[in-house]
Write a protein that binds this ligand. Structure first.
Ligand SMILES: *Cc1c(COP(=O)(O)O)cnc(C)c1O
Length: 461
């Protein structure tokens, strides 16, 4: 960009939203009322909200203009055709089906192809992806590379799928029981880590050998493409659009949450090539979402998504985006705080096992850190560990921990500035200094599916 090393936000701010400040005593009371689950805390009472990068993006003035300009016609909306054109240019897929968010695309897809006796491999399933497969009786299988589950091992593409395990798995279960293979780019549940182009290509080769379609869970396709450009040989001189198009060229379809790499506050799509599958998908769409030219969205949302998709492949934006996440990780590492390395595209993950080694996984060390970050500094992160993915053995009832105990600090796109992040560093440093005093938690109430959203906890005294 320039000869200077300071990477600046590639935008100016023209609308602001005030932050409400709370005291530590107030937050203590808020936590108690929330059952020590930060999903139950009113957002107004959060100072810096790093719960998720989903739907929390700051939209551009052009996206807001699109909101005013959206065509709200029931059928054949102009905004749909703009949306469809942009999605087709980026993904190359023949059929574009708008939905209200990513999980609606998953629900449509898996209610058609998954079911009892069916297996869906992924590098690592996101929680809603897994839930939608299990909801229809299928089995979600994670096949990350070994480095992918070691938080302190550096690897440029920790999001990769283990191709050899994939092939063995297909042989073991039979290709007829595997309706599709998925690759999540970037691999959110595994630390927001990228998948290399080589890995996408190799996974596709295995899929083709057994006649299985490959789908991308494409929520963060642009962040993934930037990592490929930065870290994979042969891509340094390609444009982000070229990298993105090549990524999608190996896939037969994708699910997408526009709440991530489309800078929208709501929306998503299912895109695919297979004509028959598209007919079935549109049939479910009409019953559960809406008419095919709006899906679960208003015309204005389609307009905002189309504009956002054009903005997200701007390399100046991606340089700033990836660098600002890396900046937070770097500051924490300098202070000796254990984080997953390398930092992901959309979030920094604290390694709770090393942060609070005195708390065993069944007492949720990640949850303990999440609670403390809120109490001390009003920062809201999220546990991605045994609260989210821990299970009980069906026969013995024994606790099975998740492979990693992480605390995700997701960075909303274009929302916080460097001084917000410096404050976050200070708060985490304070919590880390007093880490010996962190307590374990037990669940006092939980729902049967996706329990982390609503569970209630109490500290173990
Ligand atoms: C967010 C997300 C989803 C689900 O999208 P929603 O819009 O939240 O329903 C699916 N997969 C991945 C990898 C995600 O990050």
């Amino acid at each position: 960009m320039t000869k200077f090393k300071t990477i600046i936000e590639p935008f100016k701010i023209k609308a602001v939203e005030p932050i409400k400040f709370t005291t530590e005593e107030e937050r203590e009371e808020i936590l108690r009322k929330a059952g020590y689950n930060v999903f139950n805390i009113p957002a107004e009472d959060v100072i810096i909200d790093l719960l998720t990068d989903s739907g929390t993006n700051a939209m551009s003035s052009k996206q807001w203009a699109g909101i005013m300009d959206g065509d709200e016609s029931y059928a054949g909306s102009r905004s749909f055709f703009r949306f469809e054109k942009v999605v087709k240019r980026i993904t190359g897929f023949k059929h574009v089906i708008p939905v209200h968010q990513g999980r609606a695309a998953e629900k449509i897809l898996f209610s058609i192809v998954a079911g009892p006796g069916k297996f869906i491999p992924n590098n690592t399933h996101f929680d809603t992806t897994r839930a939608n497969i299990e909801f229809v009786g299928g089995t979600a299988v994670d096949l990350p590379i070994p480095e992918g589950v070691q938080p302190d091992v550096w690897h440029p593409f920790k999001g990769n799928m283990d191709v050899e395990r994939l092939e063995n798995f297909i042989k073991e279960k039979g290709p007829e029981n595997i309706p599709l293979v998925m690759l999540t780019v970037t691999n959110n549940s595994n630390g927001g880590q990228p998948v290399s182009m080589k890995n996408i290509r190799e996974v596709k080769e295995v899929c083709s050998k057994y006649g299985i379609p490959l789908f991308l869970d494409a929520c963060r396709f642009a962040e993934n493409a930037y990592f490929i450009k930065k870290r994979e040989k042969g891509y340094e001189n390609k444009s982000i659009l070229e990298v993105v198009q090549e990524m999608f060229s190996y896939a037969d379809g994708c699910t997408m949450s526009a709440k991530k790499d489309a800078f929208a506050n709501i929306g998503g799509f299912l895109a695919l090539n297979d004509d028959e599958l598209a007919i079935k998908a549109r049939n479910v769409l009409i019953v559960t979402e809406g008419f095919p030219t709006y899906g679960g969205l208003a015309g204005r949302d389609l307009e905002a998504i189309a504009q956002g998709l054009e903005e997200v492949i701007d390399e100046n934006y991606l340089v700033y985006r990836i660098r600002s996440v890396e900046y937070l990780a770097e500051k924490l590492i300098e202070r000796g705080i254990p984080v997953l390395i390398p930092p992901g595209g959309h979030a920094v993950y604290l390694d709770a096992r090393r942060f609070a080694p005195h708390i065993p996984p069944e007492q949720f060390p990640g949850q303990s850190i999440v609670v403390e970050l809120y109490r001390v500094g009003g920062i809201r992160g999220v546990e991605i560990g045994s609260v989210m993915f821990g299970r009980k053995d069906k026969e013995t009832g024994k606790f099975i921990p998740h492979t990693m105990e992480l605390v995700r600090l997701a960075i909303p796109r274009r929302v916080y500035t460097q001084s917000h992040i410096d404050y976050v560093v200070e708060v985490i440093t304070e919590v880390y200094k007093n880490r010996d005093k962190l307590k374990g938690y037990r669940i006092v109430w939980e729902a049967p599916l996706l329990r982390h959203f609503t569970a209630r906890f109490e500290p173990i005294e």
